[in-house]
Design a protein around this ligand. Structure first.
Ligand SMILES: CC(C)(COP(=O)(O)OP(=O)(O)OC[C@H]1O[C@@H](n2cnc3c(N)ncnc32)[C@H](O)[C@@H]1OP(=O)(O)O)[C@@H](O)C(=O)NCCC(=O)NCCS
Length: 320
């Protein structure tokens, strides 16, 4: 059976930066509180003429260039996003048109902050089963469009951006395993109502709501379990992992997963301080940064993990 290998990465961050200090003018908050509780100092916010698909396009083109292929070679596009341009067509379909990758399959995955890991898992299965040869997998989020900027418990946490990978069928080892889970009993701890009008069941307010402290506790336990599950599935020891690329939700959650892996923080790719939580985009943004600055090299073993509203969580163990 063929493997699915990451052959190119790319990312995009909007130009505008909002610092913790900027929030002090409008909210009862402080740089000290935000940094101490989350590890975040600033985040990027999209311009009026940008969107999930426009950010995805820039990230995708960089990944395509890095892979040395053409957009027309792509036969599958999967986008993880919770802040799509439209309910439908999917952001993947809008992206396909922008890239000129006519005719290939394209769809979105809604798995909140785990959207990229889910998309990667699905694309991996497609390639291994022979259903695709060159896939584009993206996480892109226009979180600023779904935040209530008067709610200090959410708006200071999230940022905008996009990350992309090209994965291709290969004889070499690539994605070693992916793991996906969910537990809908936690649906009221982190959610956004549907903006479709007259939703009597849920209400009309379509902003992110998060009970952060409850989310935190489940996230720490769950992510620790998925580290074990991933290593066991591959018959690997903690010391076999070269890099951890965690979802960038909270520096304290990240540190607890690193501790579980006995991994020094220098081996954890961190973007949270400068990017905040970019939901489905955070893992591919961090991956691209570490590939481009030379930290992650060909042959390295990388563990990626994410956790988000649902709850949904997942991991991927990847030989680069
Ligand atoms: C969101 C998070 C940073 C909040 O930190 P926390 O230590 O849990 O803080 P709490 O929610 O218990 O709130 C403590 C107090 O700070 C206040 N507070 C919340 N946001 C604040 C802010 N931006 N500035 C100042 N105070 C704030 C709360 O209102 C609360 O005040 P009270 O005690 O008077 O009620 C943290 O819970 C977290 O990171 N959770 C996990 C997020 C996550 O992983 N999401 C899943 C993936 S998207």
């Amino acid at each position: 059976m063929l493997n699915a290998k990451i052959t190119g990465t790319g990312s995009y961050l909007p130009k505008k930066i909002v610092t913790n200090k900027d929030f002090e003018a409008t909210l009862d908050t402080s740089d000290e509180w935000i940094y101490a509780r989350t590890g975040i100092r600033k985040r990027h916010v999209i311009a009026e003429d940008e969107s999930a698909s426009s950010m995805a396009e820039i990230a995708a083109n960089k990944a395509i260039q890095a892979a040395g292929i053409n957009a027309s070679d792509i036969d599958l596009i999967i986008v993880g996003t919770s802040s799509p341009d439209r309910v439908f067509p999917s952001t993947a379909c809008l992206l396909q048109n922008k890239l000129g990758a006519r005719g290939c399959a394209s769809f979105d995955v809604q798995a909140a902050c785990s959207g990229f890991i889910y998309a990667l898992g699905i694309a991996n299965q497609f390639i291994r089963a022979g259903g695709a040869k060159k896939a584009l997998v993206i996480g892109t989020e226009a979180n600023s469009r779904i935040l209530d900027y008067s709610d200090r418990s959410t708006c200071v946490i999230f940022g905008d951006g996009a990350g992309a990978v090209v994965i291709e069928a290969s004889e070499e080892p690539g994605i070693l395993s992916t793991h996906m889970h969910s537990d809908g009993q936690y649906q009221d701890l982190l959610y956004i109502n549907n903006p479709i009008k007259d939703q009597k069941q849920w209400g009309d307010e379509a902003y992110m709501t998060m009970h952060g402290n409850d989310v935190y506790k489940v996230a720490v336990k769950t992510l620790s379990r998925i580290v074990d599950e991933t290593l066991e599935a591959n018959n690997m020891a903690k010391s076999d992992v070269d890099w951890l690329i965690p979802h960038q939700a909270n520096i304290r959650i990240i540190a607890s997963v690193a501790k579980k892996l006995n991994m020094p923080m220098e081996k954890v790719v961190l973007t949270i301080e400068n990017q905040g939580n970019t939901s489905a985009a955070s893992v591919p943004l961090a991956l691209d940064q570490a590939v481009r600055d030379g930290r992650i090299k060909k042959g390295d073993t990388v563990l990626m993990e994410a956790f988000g509203g649902g709850f949904v969580w997942g991991s991927a163990l990847v030989k680069m």
